[in-house]
Design a protein around this ligand. Sequence first.
Ligand code: SF4
Length: 79
Amino acid sequence: MLIKRIKTFFKAFARHAENDFTKVPMDTWSKRFNLCMSCEEIGNTIPETCKQCGCVIYLKTEWASEECPKGKWKKYEGK
Ligand code: SF4
């Protein structure tokens, strides 16, 4: 599990770097974060992680290049 989370983090970080470290606006972050917090896939960890992808929620939700593995929210493209 730890190895999977490390691999997932580095893949997500590489996408974030390739996307010029772009973060989403606060309102988009808030919508994403609230969807995650009410999702059945939220892990019982601190910090909270997604059981589908293993990502740390507060990072995953602020990076524009990320998207929900279950399609609940999409990659941010400035819209
Ligand atoms: S990223 Fe998607 S599947 Fe994972 S906790 Fe958030 S809403 Fe649920």
